[in-house]
Design a protein around this ligand. Structure first.
Ligand code: F6P
Length: 338
């Protein structure tokens, strides 16, 4: 079998771990692999690189993706036909698309059109259904926790509140975990509008009592009193509005309403960079192996997923149908002790 791999959407620590494991397992089974460059763009214009043991053997700890990525979509019959023609011209029999909701949505459409596809779930946001966790998430959380631990000591030196903005447009998994792991006084997620006055009052109390206050906010979180948050309206090929700016807005409001010196810190793309955690290295290795083995069993239109201690396959539509958001009962219970 000749297998084509690609990485789509936002990059994420662990992408190279999946590529490495899939290529090594495929080689052991007698398959050949190519990697399409820059996500679906490479599959559209048939730009690819040969992948063998020599290329992938040392990349398990490497951040980013050796294949490059893009937010190119496969959203029309014409693009589906173009991808099929590229695969035929290269003799590629099956695809392993590694990505989030958008990349796997495109994979779903291709599988429905008869292209053999086994997806691998990726996103630091952890907002895909059908799997217990997505790879890259634990790494992003650890990066943000390390940053908050550092800024906390500075916050205490200066009697300041710090509003730390983490990624998460529609789901607050990163903020939830970072807030809990760092003892933040408030954790704000897109799933639950927040009350600025309550946060400002709490910041004043905590800075007075223990000299510091950390507020962790997901980039997509909004105050109950603001409809749009004044956020930028830049839209990508999948129709996603670019978000950001909530930390600066909230830091200003806290300062004005409570008088507490408050600074914003936007962690941004640093959360997606660098080496994956050991957990993500192991998970990506297992997922890459499982994707190749699923193709060998004749499966298609599925995604490999972590369920408890096992890697299993689920229909791609399970992953992309409903966003995996933070359950508010659990969120409220765990954050209520802060
Ligand atoms: O989907 C992953 C993600 O990192 C989101 O958390 C974030 O909103 C978005 O990608 C940023 O996208 P870009 O890299 O295009 O700025």
């Amino acid at each position: 079998m000749k297998i084509g791999l690609l990485t789509g959407g936002g990059d994420c620590p662990g992408l190279n771990g999946v590529i490495r494991a899939a290529v090594l397992r495929a080689a052991a089974l007698g398959d050949e692999c190519v990697g399409f460059l820059d996500g679906w763009r490479g599959a559209l214009d048939a730009s690819c690189m040969f992948l063998d043991k020599t290329v992938v053997q040392d990349i398990v700890a490497q951040g980013g993706t050796i294949l490059g990525t893009s937010r190119t979509n496969i959203d029309s019959a014409e693009r589906i036909a173009t991808v099929k023609a590229s695969l035929a011209s290269l003799g590629v029999d099956a695809l392993i698309p590694i990505g989030g909701e958008d990349t796997l949505g495109a994979a779903t459409r291709l599988a429905q059109a008869g292209v053999r596809c086994v997806g691998v779930p990726k996103t630091i946001d952890n907002d895909l259904s059908g799997t217990d966790v997505t790879f890259g998430f634990t790494t992003a959380v650890q990066i943000a926790v390390d940053a908050v631990d550092r800024v906390k000591t500075s916050s205490a030196s200066h009697h300041r509140a710090i509003v730390v903005e983490v990624m998460g447009r529609h789901a607050g998994w990163i903020a939830f975990n970072v807030g809990v792991a760092t003892g933040a006084i408030a954790t704000l997620i897109p799933e639950e509008p927040f009350d600025i006055d309550a946060i400002a009052a709490r910041a004043a109390t905590e800075v007075g009592r223990r000299r510091s206050a950390i507020i962790v906010v997901a980039e997509g979180a909004l105050p109950a009193e603001v409809a749009t948050g004044g956020q930028a309206q830049v839209v990508d090929e999948f129709g996603h509005v670019a978000v950001g700016g909530i930390a600066a807005y909230l830091a200003d409001e806290i300062k004005q309403r409570s008088g507490v010196d408050t600074r914003p810190l936007v962690l941004g793309h640093v959360q997606r960079g660098g080496t994956p955690t050991a957990f993500d290295r192991v998970l990506t290795t297992r997922l890459g192996i499982a994707a190749v083995e699923a193709l060998h069993r004749g499966e298609s239109g599925v995604m490999v997923a972590l369920h408890g201690e096992k890697i299993e396959t689920v229909p791609l539509s399970d992953a992309t149908g409903v966003l995996h958001t933070v359950p508010l009962d659990e969120f409220d219970q765990v954050t209520s002790i802060a």
